[in-house]
Design a protein around this ligand. Structure first.
Ligand SMILES: Cc1cc2nc3c(=O)[nH]c(=O)nc-3n(C[C@H](O)[C@H](O)[C@H](O)COP(=O)(O)OP(=O)(O)OC[C@H]3O[C@@H](n4cnc5c(N)ncnc54)[C@H](O)[C@@H]3O)c2cc1C
Length: 403
């Protein structure tokens, strides 16, 4: 397929980031191709938790308010309360002012890719990009097809081939590795939990298994979680890779035991890498921009990445639109938008992350507990996106229009 048309933009990867970029650019009237190596519906290892940041984004940008999300089967379950632990001791619990929702990624990603197609983007499934020529702005797939564009958008996730093809001046590889996260996750069917949970764990899960649980210090510089999906209980653990090099599987087994779920210790959890504070402040080179996990954009405290995938793709789409209409360099516009709209927030959250996990590592549990109790409402607001991590000010910056 060497004589493919030249596109305005070729987006590599069709997760939340890629679909958002393709959807917006096609909506602006540009010719867009989205290349996805798998075939929809495809799964992605993910807890599927949608904070209010994501919920607001879906309404503002995709015109999918909560009732529409429900109608399309995108909301698998809802968490109206929470429980927070340090190791085995429950330090906070209660109702949430606004809920967290849980989605299933195979459905979520397929529907958003469909939205991009409906907006006019050409979606190529089974198209795995294996080579990127930044100077010529072309990519080549494993089938030998070549796609040319005026701009390339790397939305190909944490193991991004597009990112790996960029020079060291763009990606500080040492910083990248230092803040790279890892996670293990196991989905246990609810019917089995009822029958097999022995209930003798140090953490007692609620009988109806409806409350999201976060367990700090379940591993080093990270946490464990229990997310209630409709059919399954999603048990996961994640943190900084470099602090948990050798004993991740043992720690996960220990976590299952703590939850009274040791009957499931012989099941193999899915493992995956994730950004954990390794965002690239200027993720652009020539006509190539990185968005979402490919650029390291996720919450440095929790690893929540769906919102950041959407938001960085939105900023990139606007930068590309401006480039295509005015000729201004896309990388400079994108970097400036990130610097104004996102990076200060991520830096502030990363500073809090270093304090939080540093205290846990130093076993300063009592002062940390006092801090968490004093700030919990504001931290939850910041996670939900109604406050900024910069001084916990009320802030709408994460949701404001791009220009
Ligand atoms: C265990 C775990 C739990 C998580 N839980 C949550 C959570 O509860 N809430 C939350 O907000 N975030 C969570 N995250 C993070 C979230 O999953 C990611 O941040 C999010 O998926 C990033 O979206 P993306 O579009 O950037 O990348 P991805 O979703 O990874 O999409 C990348 C796409 O690119 C495709 N691709 C890759 N390489 C190529 C190639 N060479 N050519 C063409 N296509 C390619 C892939 O097939 C994929 O479809 C979790 C992550 C992990 C690992």
């Amino acid at each position: 397929m060497d004589n493919q048309p030249v596109y305005d933009a070729v987006v590599i990867g069709g997760g939340p980031a890629g679909s958002t970029a393709a959807y917006l650019l096609a909506g602006f009237g540009h010719r867009v191709a989205l290349l996805e190596k798998q075939t929809y519906p495809r799964d992605k290892v993910c807890g599927g938790c949608l904070s209010q940041k994501s919920v607001r984004f879906l309404e503002r940008v995709f015109h999918l308010p909560v009732p529409s999300l429900r109608e399309k089967g995108l909301l698998d379950s809802v968490g109206t309360g929470y429980a927070l632990y340090i190791k085995n001791s429950r330090i906070l619990a209660g109702d949430l002012a606004e809920p967290f929702y849980f989605t299933r990624r195979e459905r979520y990603d397929a529907i958003l890719a469909r939205k991009a197609a409906d907006a006019g983007a050409d979606i190529y499934e089974g198209a795995e990009v294996i080579a990127v020529d930044h100077a010529r702005r072309t990519v080549t797939t494993s089938e030998g097809d070549r796609y040319a564009a005026r701009v390339l958008i790397g939305a190909d996730g944490i193991n991004s081939r597009v990112r790996r093809s960029l020079p060291g001046s763009v990606v500080d590889r040492q910083r990248w590795r230092k803040n790279l996260g890892w996670a293990l996750e196991l989905a246990i069917p609810r019917v089995e939990v009822g029958a097999l949970a022995n209930g003798d764990g140090a953490i007692r899960l609620d009988a109806d298994l409806a409350t999201p649980h976060l367990v700090l210090a379940a591993c080093r510089w990270g946490y464990g979680w229990v997310f209630p999906n409709r059919e399954t209980l999603v048990v996961g653990m994640g943190g900084l890779l470099e602090k948990n090099r050798d004993d991740r599987r043992d720690r996960f087994t220990e976590f299952l035991k703590t939850l009274g779920l040791s009957a499931f210790a012989d099941r193999r959890p899915a493992g995956y890498l994730l950004p954990f504070g390794n965002f690239i402040p200027s993720p652009a080179y020539e006509g190539t921009l990185l968005v979402g996990d490919a650029g390291g954009f996720a919450s440095p405290i929790l690893g929540e990445g769906i919102f950041y995938a959407h938001r960085t793709a939105e900023l990139a789409a606007h930068a590309v639109d401006r480039h295509l209409t005015s000729g201004a360099p896309p990388g400079e516009i994108y970097t400036a938008l990130l610097a104004r709209r996102l990076i200060p927030e991520l830096r502030a959250e990363k500073a809090l992350r270093d304090f939080l996990y540093g205290c846990l590592d130093g076993r300063l549990h009592a002062p940390l507990e006092a801090f968490m109790k004093a700030t919990s409402t504001r931290v939850i607001d910041a996670v939900q996106g109604s406050r900024s991590f910069c001084g916990f000010r009320r802030n709408d910056g994460l949701h404001s229009a791009v220009w």
